[in-house]
Ligand binder design. Sequence first.
Ligand SMILES: *Cc1c(COP(=O)(O)O)cnc(C)c1O
Length: 347
Amino acid sequence: MPEPVLERAREELLSLGGAGMSVMEMSHRSPEFESVLHKAEAGIRELLGLPANYRVLFTYGGATMQFSMVPMNLLAGGRADYITTGAWGDKAIAEARRFGRVNEIFSTKGSGFRSVPAGEEIVVSADAAYVHYCSNETIDGVEFHYDLDVGGIPAVCDASSNILSRPIDVEKYALIYAGAQKNIGPSGVTVVVVREDLLERIPDGLPLLLDYRTYASTDSMPNTPNTWGIYLIGLVTDWLREQGGLAAMAERNREKAKLLYEAIDASDGFYRGHAERAARSLMNVTFRLPSEELEERFCTEAERRGMSGLRGHRSVGGIRASIYNAFPREGVESLTEFMRDFAATNG
Ligand SMILES: *Cc1c(COP(=O)(O)O)cnc(C)c1O
């Protein structure tokens, strides 16, 4: 979370805009909360430049529940194509298989999730109900640096860890989903951006809260939503606008990531980046040291300098520096300085 957002939330914690009560105490049906929700939605619409035929929905269950909702709503007895470039995509396709026919048209699992395909390597089935991919694989640190273009087939994208980190050509996407907690707000809210025509193909009979139409027809309030989370999303979108919008964020994110990758590349092989250069993530910088013992020492010494959260995901090990929108450049500079010191004393 950006610090100014947390400060503003603290100021408004007890009373929002003269209402005399906290967002958490308001009825979600009150006009005050309605305007909180509309502000969050408008913020996302404006930042992403959404055309009128796209809806913004706030749902539950994190990105993980979207692994189920996407096939439940969009397979409609057909078959979907999946592209797997990391651990999250792998989970998404495993879940989709529970609901119907799924075709894995590209996977980098065999080579250890280090790369993403070039656009021309993707051959989509002509009859695919949709194509699913993950634009930034958070655990592996590999990112698509382009918007996948699959022609008339609906592209469905898990953008949990790079949404709002750069401008996108939104019309290349039919549905984008993201758990809010990496780049948009706190955990407990999921943002789904969906092109309206997709809502028409949803089969009847789905459980109420697992049907996108339920959210589309109730202003994302089929029942009590995460009011506090939605409020914070609105504040984050304000902050992003003040920062100059997504183009300015993209520039800053590129610079931050560049500092870290330069430190890796200048280390004479002491640090080894996990991702191939062309697929290096600007949000999650993953790398290894010569031994697990050194990786452990690296994390412990970094913590002593006040830098925590550097251990790679438990499933892959190594080091991962997550440098989302809210992470300041100064933090990256401290880390690169530490990396140089550590390599000099341990290399
Ligand atoms: C974190 C993450 C998820 C899982 O998110 P939850 O909201 O915890 O379910 C899924 N996909 C990607 C790309 C992620 O980074």
